[in-house]
Design a protein around this ligand. Structure first.
Ligand SMILES: Cc1cc2nc3c(=O)[nH]c(=O)nc-3n(C[C@H](O)[C@H](O)[C@H](O)COP(=O)(O)OP(=O)(O)OC[C@H]3O[C@@H](n4cnc5c(N)ncnc54)[C@H](O)[C@@H]3O)c2cc1C
Ligand SMILES: *[C@@H]1O[C@H](CO)[C@@H](O)[C@H](O)[C@H]1NC(C)=O
Ligand SMILES: *[C@@H]1O[C@H](CO)[C@@H](O)[C@H](O)[C@H]1NC(C)=O
Ligand SMILES: *[C@@H]1O[C@H](CO)[C@@H](O)[C@H](O)[C@H]1NC(C)=O
Ligand SMILES: *[C@@H]1O[C@H](CO)[C@@H](O)[C@H](O)[C@H]1NC(C)=O
Ligand SMILES: *[C@@H]1O[C@H](CO)[C@@H](O)[C@H](O)[C@H]1NC(C)=O
Ligand SMILES: *[C@@H]1O[C@H](CO)[C@@H](O)[C@H](O)[C@H]1NC(C)=O
Length: 517
């Protein structure tokens, strides 16, 4: 095995100056059209009456804080398909009617490769195979996720349609194809009142598989694609360029819209990550972190449906606890975000000369150490152009991992300041590489650079970090898993090894980013 360290190309994002634009919004917090279709208690009563739902109206009601049956606590477990308490077919039909036919009875994305679900289709199976490594493919499916390991690999692409059966495994069994806030409210109320497991899926990128769930009802936000740029938005606490981003919009779409308007937006390395979904909820690290901190530090307001079913605004003025928590506190934790407002920028600002001046000591030092480096520096007219040239076609970031168990590490600045700590840090990195594990690094130091806005739920370890590492390794596997890949035990052992064993085990740690089937 050849030890390898990957250095990302250097680039200079440089935004051309942009004249101040005119126009302000009349509202403090503008709403998208799909957010104007939301339910109040009275609105829900009207909807139920209109649809003729009388018997089971309580299945859709808001949580008004009064216990339904005083003294009787909620059951500890969620109901699962097949349980006596599982909603009847006619109840599901009633739910679908209220949703305006937006309920999907889900079918695993690779089901056409199998005989048992009655949808076998060799051509469709081949199409799934061809697209499986493309994250956009998973974005477009109501349940498919980026890391099938967490789904249980119960319906992977196969050439052999009969040797195994395709089952749902960890995929939700129903999904709501959301196009209005009222549908999110109905789904939350229905799940709470019938004790269903509820998940939220946007793109399915979650490293921990949290956008999936066995036997669950899923809120699928993918089609909430609205995106609006405001050259000069005036809202409480902020006035300037801003963007309102719908829950289904991806990093790619935010970058493109910002670029069109001669501003930069803070986004991630992977273009297909969902912006207002998991990205901001996780804090949002970005190639621009060194200048602006975390993306979540720049979110000025969020619209959200909370667990009681109500549609509210979280901002520096309203529901301030939620405003704090939704910026960095984790996806699918505090409610379903339907959109957010974030400020864009006119910078960063380097010239070739200032950049060479900045980096010269580094390259001089490398030469002194006899490490040959030939830096190539390109001046790009905008952040998006620089981003695209650097990462836009990065295959490694665009593949759906079959069995990858990534391990992430944030390295604090103090490890570089104290000589003993530095030596220890360097020794660990060296052992990682020498044991055959791969190591991918993002040099991002998102200190509290934002001023107003930086007080939020972003993990405080980020504020000290100078670098973020993604580790994985490689090991020969026995093929005893549900898809002919590694067995569950092998995955568990590899996961433990990566988490607990800094030295790396004999033969390295299991990882196969490339295997999409
Ligand atoms: C290849 C790759 C590269 C990445 N690069 C970066 C990067 O550069 N910077 C960075 O910060 N992150 C990066 N990430 C991590 C990424 O931001 C997270 O995985 C994020 O959670 C993905 O969010 P999503 O909405 O796209 O995915 P999903 O899997 O659909 O959702 C993620 C989580 O958020 C929840 N969720 C989704 N939508 C909502 C909503 N509207 N309201 C409430 N909860 C919701 C889901 O239930 C789930 O728990 C990367 C991930 C991958 C796979
Ligand atoms: C009402 O709920 C009960 C219990 O789940 C179910 O048996 C019945 O079919 C439902 N009626 C309608 C019209 O959905
Ligand atoms: C697939 O499921 C059917 C019943 O649904 C069963 O008869 C058959 O044995 C299963 N096949 C395999 C390979 O498990
Ligand atoms: C989801 O709804 C949109 C309309 O909002 C529709 O165009 C799309 O085809 C639907 N997708 C699925 C898979 O039902
Ligand atoms: C832009 O460059 C100027 C001059 O070097 C500097 O003072 C300013 O802080 C820079 N702005 C940002 C956002 O880095
Ligand atoms: C991104 O880069 C690719 C080449 O790597 C190019 O084909 C594409 O047009 C670029 N897209 C944008 C929006 O600049
Ligand atoms: C760190 O390592 C270098 C090189 O091995 C050594 O010269 C130095 O004494 C070490 N420093 C400390 C504080 O351990």
């Amino acid at each position: 095995m050849t030890p390898a360290i990957y250095l990302f190309g250097l680039f200079i994002p440089c935004i051309l100056p942009f004249g101040a634009a005119q126009g302000t919004s009349g509202h403090a917090y503008p709403l998208f059209e799909y957010e104007t279709r939301s339910l109040t208690k009275e609105g829900l009563e009207d909807l139920l009456a209109e649809a003729g739902v009388v018997d089971n109206a309580s299945l859709f009601s808001f949580d008004d804080g009064v216990e339904a049956s005083p003294g009787v606590s909620r059951p500890a477990c969620k109901v699962f398909p097949g349980d006596a308490e599982w909603p009847s077919q006619s109840t599901w039909r009633t739910f679908d009617k209220l949703l305006g036919d937006a309920l999907i009875e889900t079918v695993p994305v690779a089901a056409p490769c199998y005989q048992n679900l009655g949808v076998y289709d060799a051509e469709k199976c081949a199409a799934v195979r061809d697209s499986f490594m493309n994250p956009c493919f998973h974005e477009n499916d109501p349940t498919s996720i980026f890391w099938p390991l967490f789904q249980g690999r119960t319906c992977m692409v196969t050439d052999d349609p009969t040797s195994r059966n395709c089952t749902h495994g960890g995929f939700p069994v129903y999904a709501v194809n959301v196009s209005s806030v009222s549908q999110i409210q109905l789904a939350i109320n229905f799940a709470r009142n019938t004790n269903l497991r509820l998940v939220i899926k946007n793109t399915g990128h979650c490293y921990l598989g949290k956008s999936s769930g066995a036997g669950a009802l899923s809120i699928w936000t993918h089609n909430l694609k609205n995106l609006e740029y405001y050259p000069d938005l005036e809202i409480p606490g902020y006035s300037g360029p801003a963007m309102k981003v719908g829950a289904g919009v991806t990093v790619r779409e935010v970058y493109a819209e910002a670029d069109k308007n001669d501003v930069s937006a803070l986004g991630g390395i992977c273009e297909s990550v969902g912006y207002a979904g998991g990205y901001i909820a996780g804090g949002g690290h970005t190639p621009l972190s060194g200048l602006y901190g975390m993306a979540a530090d720049h979110v000025m307001a969020l619209e959200v449906v909370t667990a009681d079913g109500h549609f509210i605004t979280a901002s520096p003025e309203e529901n301030t606890d939620l405003y704090w928590a939704l910026r960095g506190g984790g996806g699918s934790t505090f409610g379903v975000v339907t959109s957010l407002i974030i400020r864009p920028f006119f910078a960063p600002n380097h010239t070739l000369t200032s950049f060479h001046h900045l980096t010269a000591p580094l390259f001089t030092r490398l030469r002194t150490l006899h490490i040959p480096t030939t830096p190539t520096t390109t001046l790009h007219p905008s952040f998006y152009a620089a981003y695209n040239a650097t990462w836009g076609s990065d295959i490694a970031l665009n593949s759906a991992g079959r069995i990858s168990v990534p391990g992430n590490r944030l390295l604090p600045r103090r490890n570089w300041l104290d000589p003993a700590l530095f030596n220890a840090t360097f020794a660990v990195l060296r052992r990682q590489v020498e044991s055959g594990r791969s190591l991918m690094g993002y040099h991002q130091a998102p200190r509290r650079r934002a001023g107003v806005g930086a007080e939020n739920a972003v993990n405080s370890a980020w504020r000290e970090a100078v670098c973020f590492l993604i580790l994985s390794g490689r090991r020969e596997v026995g093929g005893g898993g549900p898809d002919g890949g590694p067995s569950v035990e092998e995955v568990r052992a590899a996961s433990w090894d990566l988490r607990e064993n800094e030295e790396g085990s004999e033969g390295g740690v299991l990882c196969d980013d490339g295997g999409g089937e």
